[in-house]
Design a protein around this ligand. Structure first.
Ligand SMILES: [Zn+2]
Length: 302
């Protein structure tokens, strides 16, 4: 019995889809974009009037305070204990260490400017493991914050680097209350108002919406076999209760100087578009950081 092409088409299509799905699931395919490659990002020591330094986090979940390097006694924070509770200090926050996969590249400096507040700038990159970037709404709460408000706002419109249209750069802004706890009892003794702003980027695309990132990742991965690293840039600052909106001027000034740093690393990562990698079996899921530059990575629990 002969089967015409027309009759066979649905069956062949289904077979092709099953085959394609099997191929994708087995990982037996080539992807592009170098998701395990190095990230040659250096956060500058200075951004205009802003002076950057390392920051350390207490790993005691009843404390979870952070300290700029200059606020700690001399002798290297690596061997030091938290000045408040005696807990272990790390360049990676407790929430990051608990939630991020191993080998997640993290870049961070706290920037101070005389007469102004300070801004902590953090850039986290995903690799093969996409869990490296997750909704900060999860991470921030696990670090003892309460989210009071959330919206998208534009910053840096008036500066030299005021965005392509001069209208500034969008940031997703969260208003937070950090629950300051007594380390011995774990009870909240006060709340510090903070603000947290972030956006997400890959070499070709940037957004403040996690859903847009997922849609883009799905398309790039399935249709283009393109799996570049994604970055997640955030700024955080304490809010002065006496001047609760003054942080906006600081963010406005800072983002115009910080944004070109991110544009630079996006350009570097874009140049890896042609780097091919063969996925095979479960080893394909392993997160690797192949770079040799100095980078902080999460300890990971997997
Ligand atoms: Zn502590």
């Amino acid at each position: 019995m002969r089967i015409s092409a027309k009759e066979a088409a649905p069956g062949l299509t289904a077979a092709a889809l099953v085959g394609l799905a099997a191929l994708v699931l087995s990982g037996g395919r080539v992807i592009y974009g170098d998701p395990n490659g190095d990230v040659p990002l250096v956060l500058p020591e200075r951004l205009g009037p802003w002076v950057g330094e390392a920051v350390y986090f207490c790993q005691n979940d009843q404390c979870a305070r952070s300290f700029p390097e200059s606020s700690l006694p001399e002798g290297g924070a690596g061997s030091m204990a938290c000045p408040v509770c005696g807990g272990v200090l790390s360049t990676v926050s407790l929430g990051e260490n608990n939630l991020l996969p191993a080998q997640t590249p993290i870049f961070r400096k706290v920037y101070s400017r005389s007469g102004h507040g300070s801004i902590t700038a953090t850039v986290v990159f995903s690799g093969m493991e996409r869990r490296s970037i997750h909704r900060p709404q999860v991470c921030l709460v696990s670090q003892g914050n309460k989210i009071m408000d959330e919206r998208t706002e534009m910053f840096g419109a008036d500066g030299e680097n005021g965005g392509e249209s001069g209208g500034g750069h969008p940031l997703r802004i969260l208003r937070l209350a950090f629950q300051v706890k007594d380390p011995s009892t774990g009870k909240t003794v006060s709340q510090t108002p903070c603000v947290y702003g972030y956006w997400l980027f890959n070499p070709e695309f940037e957004t403040v919406h996690h859903l847009s990132r997922f849609a883009r990742m799905l398309w790039d991965n399935c249709v283009r076999a393109y799996r570049p690293r994604w970055g997640y840039a955030s700024l955080s600052a304490e809010v002065d209760p006496a001047n609760p909106e003054v942080w906006r001027d600081d963010f406005d000034d800072f983002i115009g100087r910080f944004y070109p740093v991110i544009t630079g690393i996006r350009r570097e990562l874009a140049s890896r578009h042609g780097v091919a990698m063969r996925l095979s079996g479960s080893s394909a899921q392993a997160n690797r950081y192949r770079g040799t530059n100095t980078v902080t990575t999460a300890a990971g629990h997997d």
